[in-house]
Design a binder for this molecule. Structure first.
Ligand SMILES: C[S@@+](CC[C@H](N)C(=O)[O-])C[C@H]1O[C@@H](n2cnc3c(N)ncnc32)[C@H](O)[C@@H]1O
Length: 253
């Protein structure tokens, strides 16, 4: 076999292995089993988004380091919210001054740290993550950011953990498995204090919500169902913002 043919065989084996291992890992992570996400449609023009990002004050050095570390060490690093989006979360939290916040979907802790930094001195954040392999990295960065006293990490399935976490919430960030968005919403709304705000990420799902949704595409179906439930719900008022992958900002009346 010539060198060219051998290189071709190695390339095919390598690509096949990469595809299958990535797919399995993404299923394992439980959030985004659809690799289309990697090649997703840009909702906002890239140049405009970059202009917005570079004209918004940057998250602090620890968050910048965590973003770099996430991109270097983790599969699907683009699950991390990103600088512009967490700046918006921080602005909302500073305006709302929530005493108790909850996050569903911690990943490496980027948005959790951002929210905790913006909380008032007596504010507290519960954050829930199903992937126990992320625990040491999350806790390391909570300590590094100096917010470990303001956050409790709950490792496990969010619907189970929400039953264990007691009390009511003033702020909630939903950013986990898309199929459960309607379920998270139904659990959270009755537990929000009046005037409390729920923010849900990825509600445009790379633009798939406006395409013909395939019968087997449970993720897009669930997100579209979630957006429709919110719109029709008289207990809340909402605005769907096309920032990054779409944020639904929902205020409980
Ligand atoms: C998009 S990432 C979260 C990103 C994070 N909020 C940030 O901005 O840095 C979604 C996370 O939700 C977690 N997840 C998926 N299903 C879950 C479930 N049922 N309960 C808790 N966490 C879950 C995934 O393991 C993943 O780490």
């Amino acid at each position: 076999m010539g060198l060219k043919a051998l290189t071709g065989v190695c390339h095919t084996i390598g690509t096949t292995f990469w595809m299958y291992s990535s797919k399995l890992k993404s299923i394992y992570f439980g959030c985004i089993a659809d690799l289309d996400y990697l090649y997703s449609m840009k909702i906002i023009d890239a140049q405009i988004e970059e202009y917005c990002r570079t004209h918004t004050q940057s998250p602090d050095g620890v968050l910048q380091e965590l973003e770099r570390q996430t991109y270097v060490t983790r599969l699907m690093p683009q699950m991390l919210s990103g600088a512009l989006q967490v700046s918006l979360l921080q602005m909302l939290v500073k305006l709302l001054q929530p005493k108790v916040a909850v996050e569903i979907g911690t990943f490496t802790g980027y948005s959790a740290i951002a929210v905790a930094q913006a909380l008032p001195a007596d504010g507290f954040l519960h954050t829930i993550e199903i992937n126990e392999e992320l625990e040491s990295m999350i806790l390391k960065y909570f300590r590094k950011a100096g917010v470990d006293q303001k956050i409790q990490l709950h490792i496990g399935d969010a619907l189970d953990k929400l039953k264990v976490i007691e009390g009511r919430f003033d702020f909630a960030f939903i950013d986990a498995d898309k199929e459960n968005y309607p379920n998270y919403y139904e659990v959270l709304v009755p537990r929000m204090n009046k005037g409390g705000v729920i923010v849900a990420d990825n509600v445009l799902w790379s633009g798939k919500v406006v395409e013909n949704i395939k019968p087997n595409d449970r993720q897009t179906q669930a997100i579209d169902e979630f957006n429709k439930i919110v719109l029709a719900d008289e207990r809340v008022e909402n605005v769907l913002i096309p920032i990054r992958d779409g944020l639904n900002v929902i205020r409980v009346r």
